[in-house]
Write a protein that binds this ligand. Structure first.
Ligand SMILES: NC(=O)C1=CN([C@@H]2O[C@H](COP(=O)(O)OP(=O)(O)OC[C@H]3O[C@@H](n4cnc5c(N)ncnc54)[C@H](O)[C@@H]3O)[C@@H](O)[C@H]2O)C=CC1
Ligand SMILES: O=C(O)C(=O)COP(=O)(O)O
Length: 529
């Protein structure tokens, strides 16, 4: 008999199938502390949560029999995925079930913001008939900026069109073609900030999206903008937002999510007359809660019974025979994908992967999943894994083409990843596994190189002129950035060249800016692998 613990309020109707299963017993214990969970988790094979329960490494360590953690919702930022993967605990989520509900909440917030509904309600029920203070604005003919055009963002955009709004959208995976299909105008974050009347964010919280709207963005923002966050606390810098409202830059904000939940009682949002808040209610409808609970229960049943499953956010289902041939290449593949994504600034329209030499007659599909994971993870965050990376690429109309080449000059094996972009500036990175030496990047765009893909790297494009290497070394030395290795590649003497430096620690942004100021140096960016 499998035992499943439900530790957050999850729809009974949704988990009915799990409760009815003869081989499963379900127990509901909500509101437990970490220590209380640690005490009891050892008895269970499965754990079902929403966003309240923080499933920490300590809990998983105590959950010796835990096979699966089911998240009845989208975001898995309350679950330590790395700890789960390390222990072979499969984490699944229900990504589709609460899309519409959260989109509708976003609209409820947008309307409430435009018409001051919470503030007007509060005055009216306290006996003040105030018709002067709450002059609103229409949505019609206003410009809505949508940051993050995944499931929820796309639905928000669709409904905004019905309200007569013009939609500007930004998502690293949004191509011109897809934007046209969704009837939105592709825009940069900067264009959205300068042009939108309303702005709503629908991205996950990743290192890249954390504080993506902060002081520098407020400084150039269109005056009078209204901002909505029903995605994750931390995407918008909360304190900088309050400042921007007080300075008259932002006309109002509606937040469902917070950097710390629940927010502290003295959080400025809670008393600010121009900020409206809800307690993370985006997914809280009867329908969504039923949907996500059904989805997650079905998957938990499959996993407990050792049956095929979908929506795993962390587990690689690779057979052992394929594994033994391909495993040595998995790390290289993922790094090549990540490297390619990090050097590509434009929206990617197609991914080309070529396997050559020893990889010619191997079923490389699992390896392709690692490469896609490396590419997608940069923008989609921790939800991408080798189980869902192909699905996620397809769902974003991101075509990937795999080719095989029997022989490769100079190497026994070679993986080449090319990202074709909207602007036509394609980026190529190729790598090989050298017996006895490990992973190597052997080509970057048209330049032959020989660099180990690891840690912090600086990629520099420059003109092949004497003295440039010295100038780079001196500047990095002055800034206490130690160079572990350096590789230079060029096609012709005196022409365009590149440099890959492996350094011992993260490179401050200012140092990268200073590098680009050096004579004969064109661009400098950091790659983290
Ligand atoms: N308030 C609530 O109760 C709920 C909140 N959510 C949250 O809403 C967010 C969106 O959920 P979904 O649409 O289902 O996810 P999704 O994965 O379908 O979409 C996220 C999109 O953000 C894009 N993105 C990533 N980095 C970006 C960047 N730097 N700039 C612009 N776009 C970027 C991705 O390419 C992706 O298309 C998630 O954070 C999720 O956790 C989801 C459901 C309920
Ligand atoms: O699904 C998500 O990402 C959510 O944020 C919903 O969270 P909840 O299940 O309502 O605690």
């Amino acid at each position: 008999m499998f035992k499943v613990l439900v530790s957050d309020p999850i729809s009974d109707l949704g988990i009915q199938k799990l409760m009815d299963a003869e081989d499963v017993s379900v127990e509901k214990k909500t509101g437990l502390t970490e220590d209380e969970l640690v005490q009891i988790i050892g008895e269970y094979d499965g754990l079902l949560v929403r966003s309240q329960t923080r499933v920490t490494e300590k809990i998983m360590e105590a959950g010796k029999g835990l096979k699966v953690i089911g998240r009845a919702g989208v975001g898995v930022d309350n679950i330590d995925l790395e700890a789960a993967t390390k222990r072979g605990i499969i984490v699944i989520n229900a990504p589709d079930g609460n899309t519409i509900t959260t989109c509708e909440h976003t609209f409820a917030m947008m309307m409430a913001l435009a018409r001051h509904i919470p503030q007007a309600y509060a005055k009216t029920i306290h006996g003040t008939w105030d018709r002067k203070s709450f002059l609103g604005v229409e949505l019609r003919n206003k410009t809505l900026g949508v940051l993050g055009m995944g499931r929820i963002g796309s639905e928000v955009a669709k409904r905004a069109k019905a309200f007569g709004m013009n939609v500007l959208a930004f998502d690293p995976f949004l191509t011109e073609e897809r934007a046209e299909k969704l009837e939105v105008k592709l825009a940069s974050v900067d264009e959205i900030i300068r042009q939108a009347d309303f702005m709503t964010v629908h991205t996950p919280l990743t290192p890249e999206t954390r504080h993506m709207i902060a002081r520098p963005q407020f400084e150039v923002m269109k005056k009078g903008m209204r901002i909505i966050n029903c995605a994750r606390g931390g995407i918008i810098d909360e304190l900088a937002l309050v400042e921007a409202i007080d300075e008259g830059i932002v006309a109002g904000a509606a937040f469902d999510v917070f950097e710390h939940e629940p927010p502290a009682s003295d959080h400025p949002f809670l008393t600010h007359p121009k900020v409206i808040v809800t307690p993370h209610l985006g997914a809280s409808t009867v329908e969504a809660q039923e949907n996500v609970a059904i989805d997650v229960s079905e998957q938990v049943l499959h996993i407990l019974r050792d049956e095929p499953f979908v929506n795993a956010v962390n587990m690689p289902p690779v057979s052992s025979s394929v594994m033994s041939k391909l495993q040595p290449y998995f790390g290289l593949g993922e790094k090549l994908g990540s490297f390619a994504a990090q050097i590509t600034a434009d929206a990617v329209s197609e991914i080309l992967i070529d396997y050559a030499g020893d990889l010619y007659d191997v079923d490389t599909q699992p390896l392709t999943r690692y490469i896609l994971k490396g590419i997608l993870q940069r923008h989609l965050g921790s939800d991408v894994n080798i189980v869902n990376s192909m699905h996620l690429a397809k769902a974003r109309d991101l075509n990937f083409v795999v080719t095989k080449t029997p022989k490769t000059k100079g190497f026994t094996n070679r993986i080449t990843v090319t990202l074709k972009t909207q602007s036509g500036k394609n980026r190529l990175v190729a790598g090989t596994l050298l017996p006895g030496y490990g992973e190597r990047i052997v080509q970057l765009d048209e330049f032959p190189v020989d660099a180990a893909p690891e840690g912090h790297q600086i990629l520099i494009s420059h003109n092949d002129k004497p003295g440039i290497i010295g100038r780079v070394g001196t500047l990095l030395g002055k800034n206490d950035v130690n160079i572990a290795s350096m590789q230079v590649g060029r096609k012709i003497i005196g022409g365009e060249a590149i440099m890959i430096l492996t350094v011992d620690k993260a490179v401050p942004k200012e140092v990268l800016i200073d590098l680009t100021g050096l004579e004969e140096l064109n661009t400098a960016s950091e790659i983290v692998l």
